[in-house]
Write a protein that binds this ligand. Structure first.
Ligand SMILES: CC(C)(COP(=O)(O)OP(=O)(O)OC[C@H]1O[C@@H](n2cnc3c(N)ncnc32)[C@H](O)[C@@H]1OP(=O)(O)O)[C@@H](O)C(=O)NCCC(=O)NCCS
Length: 217
C-alpha cells in the first residue's frame, strides 16, 4: 500500500494543524504499550532499522530496547492505523543537559505522506511544554529523509565524526502551547476511542455475516 503524497506542504509548528493524508490517529503511547512499540520497530525494513539505530541491529536488540523505551524519561507519540502502530516519534529527556534526544520512524508503506512531519510536530510541542529547549537527532549522512524533516523545522544540521546531527530549538512554553497540548491529547483520545469502536462494530458485523452464512448452509 502506498499513499498519495500531497503537494505544497509548508512546515507548521501548530500541533492542531496536522496535515498528513493517510487515515490514522496520532496519540501519545501509554507506558504499557511496549508490545505495539516493539512490533513497530521489528517491522522496519533493514535499511530503516539501520538508519534508526545507526547500525544493523538484531531482533533481540530491538526487543531489549523496546522493553525500556517507554520509561519515565521518555515520551513517545505514535501513529496508529486500525489499531497497529505504524510510526513513532521518541523524545528522550536528558535532564543533565536540559536537552532531548529525538528519533522518528515510519513504516515503509506510510512514508512520504507527512506522518513523520506530523509526529515530529507533536513531539516539538511536548518538548516545549516540558522546558526542553534543544532537541538533537543523530542520523547517518545518507539519511536525506531525516535531514529534510529536520530542515522543515529550521533544524541546524552539523557534521561530526561521520555522523550528522540535527539541532532543533523550541521556544519557551506559553499558556497557549500548554492549552494546545491538552487540546490535542483530548481530541486524540476521542479519535482513538472512536477508531476502536468503529473497528469493533466492523468486526461484529463481519461475525454476524459469517454466522448468517453458516446457518444458511
Ligand atoms: C525519516 C522518516 C521518519 C520520514 O518519515 P515520512 O513520514 O516519510 O516523512 P514526511 O512524509 O513527513 O516527509 C518529511 C520530509 O522528508 C522528505 N523525505 C522523505 N523520505 C525521503 C527520502 N527517501 N529521500 C529524500 N527525502 C525524503 C520528504 O520529502 C519531506 O521533505 P519535504 O517536505 O521538504 O518534501 C522515514 O523516512 C523513516 O522512518 N526512515 C527510517 C528511520 C529513520 O531514518 N529515522 C531517522 C533517524 S532517527
Amino acid at each position: 500500500m502506498r499513499h498519495v503524497r500531497r503537494q505544497g506542504r509548508t512546515a507548521r509548528t501548530d500541533a492542531m494543524m496536522d496535515d498528513f493524508t493517510t487515515p490514522g490517529v496520532i496519540r501519545k503511547l501509554l507506558p504499557w504499550e511496549t508490545a505495539a512499540f516493539r512490533n513497530h520497530l521489528l517491522r522496519l525494513d533493514p535499511q530503516a532499522r539501520h538508519c534508526r539505530f545507526a547500525a544493523g541491529v538484531s531482533d533481540q536488540t530491538i526487543i531489549t530496547y523496546a522493553e525500556k523505551a517507554l520509561g519515565p524519561d521518555a515520551l513517545v507519540h505514535g501513529f496508529f492505523v486500525e489499531g497497529a502502530l505504524r510510526g513513532a516519534a521518541e523524545l528522550r529527556l536528558l535532564p543533565e543537559t536540559g536537552s532531548g534526544e529525538v528519533a522518528v520512524t515510519v513504516e515503509d508503506d506510510w512514508r512520504l505522506t507527512g506522518i513523520g512531519t506530523a509526529l515530529f510536530r507533536r513531539l516539538l510541542l511536548t518538548a516545549r511544554n516540558r522546558g526542553v529547549e534543544n532537541l538533537v537527532m543523530s542520523c547517518l549522512p545518507a539519511n536525506r529523509a531525516m535531514q529534510r524533516l529536520a530542515a522543515r523545522f529550521e533544524g541546524k544540521i552539523s557534521y561530526a565524526s561521520g555522523d550528522v546531527f540535527a539541532d532543533v530549538t523550541t521556544p519557551p512554553a506559553s499558556p497557549l502551547s500548554l492549552w494546545r497540548e491538552a487540546w490535542t491529547d483530548g481530541s486524540s483520545l476521542a479519535a482513538a476511542l472512536f477508531d476502536t469502536q468503529v473497528r469493533l462494530l466492523r468486526k461484529q458485523a463481519r461475525l454476524s455475516r459469517q454466522f448468517v452464512a453458516g446457518t444458511r448452509t
